[in-house]
Design a protein around this ligand. Structure first.
Ligand code: KG4
Ligand code: ZN
Length: 350
């Protein structure tokens, strides 16, 4: 089966062409083409993603990238057998562009279109070993599993009883982790997206053994539930900065390290509570924030401590991409009629 994947939920216009072979429970696939076109440079001056600009850029880029992916992969349009498109969650004007493009193509080629939940995509991304045009088997996941999804828009703990069987058991009450990274970076005068910048500074502080001169709160550690809150942490950074007369790079490194430590500790503590409560057989961490080396290492340690199999996406699949969308269509198969396919900005798992 040759699937065209389309992802336009935020500021990446992403397309892929994936060939899958499904036999009983076994899913094999190879990547025939993969494009992730980032709009970051355009959004940087707004300090975040500007939805209508994202929409305009997706509309402009989709037909160009579609032509390119066909050429790159050597697949002809008529060989494409189905389309998988992100339905939500995300920015609705941006989501609509991918959906409309997919719908028109599905009509023209007379093939089906499958709506995909972006967060399910992040779960599936953790099961890919490499991006390759050789067939590989999708890693097999032991259920029940527990997923932590951390991105610019989401922070949630999900019980995964099987593919398509999800229950959100904890989520953020305010900012998402990635959003907190982005906002703190902005306070420190660092460009969008802030995650990579903060983690670079934090790593420098550790390498240079910079004195640790401040302490930030670890919000919600004592709450009995599995929810998160990051807005207080962000405000604590703001007050810390106000007390410093002249903010130097060393201050920024120190704050970045402490902020990264605080978020990591909270994420780990909440996952420990969730593991104790649900006794999963495996752990999945997905979403853009898991590009963060410090957080990755903390989860690797946690998995060893609890003797759990850990599924982390490879670096190229931590951020938004279309491979995860096309792959999700091989496991979820929710067909939609063309007329009922709508963008759902707040689509939830479960
Ligand atoms: O999943 P994603 O690409 O897009 C959404 O669906 O939101 O996640 C983007 C988020 C941004 O907030 C970005 O700052 C964060 O992931 N991020 C990081 C790192 N790389 C990206 N956060 C912390 N450390 C990183 N190295
Ligand atoms: Zn995402």
């Amino acid at each position: 089966m040759i699937t065209l994947g389309i992802e336009t939920s935020c500021d990446e216009t992403a397309l892929c062409i994936l060939e899958t072979r499904v036999e009983n429970e076994k899913i094999e696939f190879r990547v025939l083409g993969n494009i992730v076109h980032s709009q970051i440079d355009l959004h940087k001056e707004f300090g975040g993603v500007f939805p209508n600009l994202a929409k305009r850029e997706h509309i402009k880029n989709l037909p160009i990238l579609y032509k390119k992916i066909l050429t790159d992969s050597g697949v002809t349009e008529n060989q494409v057998e189905r389309i998988a498109v992100t339905q939500g969650p995300g920015l609705e004007p941006a989501l609509w562009t991918g959906i409309t493009f997919g719908q028109e193509l599905s009509k023209k080629l007379d093939i089906s279109i499958i709506p995909i939940n972006h967060m399910e995509g992040h779960i599936v991304a953790s099961l890919v070993s490499k991006i390759s045009n050789e067939f590989q088997e999708l890693k097999s996941l032991e259920f029940p599993s527990l997923a932590l999804l951390i991105s610019g828009g989401h922070t949630e703990i999900v019980r995964v009883e099987g593919f398509g069987k999800y229950e959100i058991v904890g989520s953020t009450l305010d900012d998402a982790v990635g959003e907190a990274f982005d906002k703190v970076a902005r306070m420190l005068g660092l460009p969008y997206p802030g995650g990579p910048q903060i983690s670079k500074f934090a790593e420098q502080a550790r390498n240079e053994k910079l004195m640790n001169s401040l302490s930030l709160p670890r919000p919600m550690l004592k709450s009995k539930d599995l929810n998160f809150s990051f807005s207080g942490l962000k405000t604590a950074v703001l007050y810390t900065l106000k007390k410093i007369e002249k903010v130097t790079d060393d201050h920024k490194k120190d704050i970045s390290r402490e902020f990264e430590d605080a978020t990591t500790e909270v994420l780990i503590a909440k996952m420990k509570s969730a593991i104790d409560e649900f006794q999963p057989k495996s752990l999945i961490i997905g979403g853009g924030v898991i590009a963060n080396k410090h957080i990755r290492e903390a989860f690797q340690k946690l998995a060893v401590e609890y003797s759990l199999n850990l599924f982390l996406p490879i670096q190229q699949l931590t951020g938004d991409n279309a491979i995860m969308i096309a792959l999700a269509s091989s496991i979820s198969q929710k067909l939609s009629s063309l007329e009922s396919l709508k963008a759902l900005g707040n689509l939830k798992l479960g």
